[in-house]
Design a protein around this ligand. Sequence first.
Ligand code: FES
Length: 179
Amino acid sequence: MSDRRDFMGMALGGFAGLGALGALYAAKRTWDPLPSVKAGGFTTLDLSNVPENTLVVEKWRGKPVLIIKVPKNAKPNSAPNGHNENAYDDKRLVTVGGHKYMIVIGLCTHLGCIPDYFPEKNKFICPCHGGQFNAAGEVLKAPPPSPLVIPPFKITGTKVVLGEEGPEYKKLLAAGVVS
Ligand code: FES
């Protein structure tokens, strides 16, 4: 009888172990980076065909990255407080192949929702709690506590390599635009 109990105990223990392994495997699969990211963690984007003032959504390390090519006639931000709704804040823009771009991680800095872009208003509105950002990613309306985050990048011609800290990104770091 005790042999049978021992066998049942071992069998149950084995099933529990398999279950735990399965759960671990599922968790690992969920948290694994995408295959394209595994090759060094960099994503290279060619911006040469990006249309003006149109939201382009890419993916980098499992996060959405939002890109907007600033229209040529757009006025830089001239508001004294630096938070003008319909203007672009030059210091947060990235120049690639002679054009200016906003490149940010598309997660609201309040609780991480993905904000929607309204090109006719040049601003983002977060669907979760109504936070707003201008087209340079600066906060226009709370609750987001800080601007949309600029990911590390390196510029090579008309291409941007996300995940690498090039000289342009280091300048933003030195200027305190990113941290
Ligand atoms: S998550 Fe965007 S305003 Fe709350």
